[in-house]
Design a binder for this molecule. Sequence first.
Ligand SMILES: Nc1ncnc2c1ncn2[C@@H]1O[C@H](COP(=O)(O)OP(=O)(O)OP(=O)(O)O)[C@@H](O)[C@H]1O
Ligand SMILES: Nc1nc2c(c(=O)[nH]1)N=C(CO)CN2
Length: 167
Amino acid sequence: MTVAVLSIGSNIGDRRAHLESVVDALGERLIARSRIYETPPWGGVEQEPFLNAILLAEDSDWLPDDWLALAQRCEGAADRVRDIRWGPRTLDVDIVTCHDADGEIRSGDPRLTLPHPRAHERAFVLVPWAQARPGASLGGIPVTELLDRLPAAEVQAVRPLDPPRGW
Ligand SMILES: Nc1ncnc2c1ncn2[C@@H]1O[C@H](COP(=O)(O)OP(=O)(O)OP(=O)(O)O)[C@@H](O)[C@H]1O
Ligand SMILES: Nc1nc2c(c(=O)[nH]1)N=C(CO)CN2
């Protein structure tokens, strides 16, 4: 059994529909989801704002590779093209972390690095995650503490869409 924390983001086309497509693909695996946040682009590329959210999902048989395969299927279905690193995209699905019965799974494999090596420095990941799971931690450090380490302006710029409309 594994539980995965998925970060989903979109800044091209029908951003909300792209996020919803991952909820649909997860089906009964979905166990929790954050609200949807509008977030300034992270990573230095000038582009439109993103919508971001965090999804938590569970499967009794799946291994980390199965979560990556689902992420890549969803990106493919959204006609995701890989061009500029950290550039605009219809849909980005990252595996932030994955737990099994023994705890947080660690992997240095570049095809699937766990926990995600940049998640701890991204307010667009940490803010929704803390909202969906107030006690969450990453690499043994509480998400709220990771947030305290980021510039306050970056954290404050991650704003929930208003009104929530079901999310
Ligand atoms: N934890 C992970 N989650 C998702 N993809 C990962 C992970 N670790 C490694 N990868 C690999 O990273 C590759 C590039 O992913 P992608 O193009 O989505 O990167 P990116 O979103 O531009 O950047 P970032 O990884 O910083 O979010 C994927 O092909 C995938 O195999
Ligand atoms: N705010 C925000 N910025 C990003 C995002 C994202 O999902 N949200 N994804 C990126 C792709 O790697 C690059 N920058």
